[in-house]
Design a binder for this molecule. Structure first.
Ligand code: GTP
Ligand code: MG
Length: 371
């Protein structure tokens, strides 16, 4: 149910909170300024104080921002978005680095001028691009999923051949399964003398990950990030899995995407790494993400180059937000600044209210504990 703090209600009416409290007292209820009251009571009070009330529902404000229902226009094939997961020290970062330096889209090995936490790699055989997301640790993955942000199409599960399935391997398997994302197993460190890839496959079986050689349908590739062994094969397997998933999109519409990470940069202001998922994001677009809005001032590619636009499955740094949004926030392009303000002020308000509600909830239980 909708609710509002007394302070917020007073602010919005430009009345004093003490008058609101007095009014509530007349109706027999004792309240503090931080208390949360329900929308019906708030409306009653507001009307008593001579205000006209217009209640805005979330559905009115959020309407039309994302039309996930209508995907009939999604007819173009898009690149898969891949997250690499696995146990500590099993070689996730090494593998990503090796893939990036071996097959950077531009072809200029080591030519990355800055790290934006997400980038595209070219699969050499098929010539198709694959988008890798570098940042999400397991916690971030869970948080994004909890917020309804689905960014990953495929999970590459890295398991060190000399160490086998470990607690965080199991955690990653569970995350992938809960999100219904297919897994490709990269059995890493195959160069090590004590590598036991067959043992890894057996251990995976105990966690219901059945590789092809065991009669299942999960693809596994033996790799060495250190020696760059079988990296092309891994990329091919990802491309193949992407073909099976038949990932579609529409680049001819206003952009929709998800914030992968965001920060406040000293020189450049708020900077958000955004994965565009549908449509095309362009310089000049008016954008909203979470409770932040802005106008795209510049877009910077994973190569560190300034670009004019970014299409589906393309990760890009976005400059021009008024403040940094949060990882997992969905980005949408809106018609004009008035619309952006409406959406973000509503969301900022919701955020404050949720915070206030949880604080007063906490106080309630504290008081109960004391009495
Ligand atoms: P966290 O981010 O801490 O979870 O670790 P990670 O999974 O990213 O592992 P990282 O890439 O940092 O590698 C851990 C260690 O394993 C490093 O010392 C790497 O040099 C080593 N390593 C990674 N891949 C290989 C490999 O293929 N062969 C060998 N021999 N060592 C590897
Ligand atoms: Mg790492």
């Amino acid at each position: 149910p909708e609710a509002i703090t007394i302070q917020e209600l007073a602010n919005r009416m430009a009345e004093r909170a003490v008058d609101v409290i007095r009014m509530l007292m007349k109706q027999g209820a004792m309240h503090k300024i931080t208390d949360v009251i329900d929308a019906d009571t708030a409306q009653l009070i507001a009307e008593e104080l001579g205000h006209t009330v217009k209640r805005v529902a979330a559905s009115d404000v959020e309407e039309g921002l994302f039309d996930q229902v209508d995907d009939s226009s999604d007819t173009e094939t898009r690149s898969p978005v891949v997250t690499v997961m696995g146990h500590v020290d099993h070689g996730k970062t090494s593998l990503l680095d090796a893939l990036r330096h071996a097959n950077v889209v531009s072809g200029e090995a080591g030519g990355i001028t800055q790290h934006i936490g997400a980038y595209q790699v070219l699969s050499p055989e098929s010539g198709k691009k694959i988008t890798f997301i570098d940042t999400p640790g397991h916690a971030a993955f869970t948080a994004m999923r909890a917020r309804g942000a689905k960014v990953t199409d495929i999970v590459v599960l890295v398991v060190a051949a000399d160490d086998g399935v470990m607690p965080q391997t199991v955690e990653a398997i569970n995350h992938a399964k809960a999100a219904r994302v297919p897994i490709i197993v990269a059995i890493n460190k195959i160069d090590k003398p004590d590598a036991r890839p067959e043992r890894v496959r057996t251990e995976l079986l105990q966690h219901e990950v059945q590789v092809e050689s065991f009669g299942g349908d999960v693809v596994d590739v033996e790799v060495s990030a250190k020696n760059k062994t079988n990296l092309d094969k891994l990329l091919e397997m990802i491309a193949l899995q992407a073909d099976i998933l038949d990932l579609k999109t529409n680049s001819e519409r206003p952009a929709e995407g998800t914030v992968i990470e965001a920060k406040l940069d000293r020189g450049r202001g708020p900077v958000a790494t955004v994965l565009v998922q549908r449509g095309t994001l362009r310089v000049g677009d008016i954008i909203v993400a979470g409770a932040e809005m802005g106008r795209v001032r510049a877009l910077i590619s994973d190569q560190g180059e300034t670009v004019q636009e970014a299409g589906p499955s393309v990760p890009v740094e976005v400059l021009g937000f008024n403040g940094p949004p949060e990882a997992g926030d969905r980005l949408a392009v809106v018609e004009n600044e008035a619309r952006a303000r409406q959406v973000t002020s509503y969301r900022a308000h919701q955020k404050r209210e949720n915070a206030a509600a949880s604080i007063s909830g906490m106080r309630g239980s504290l008081e109960q504990m004391m009495s």
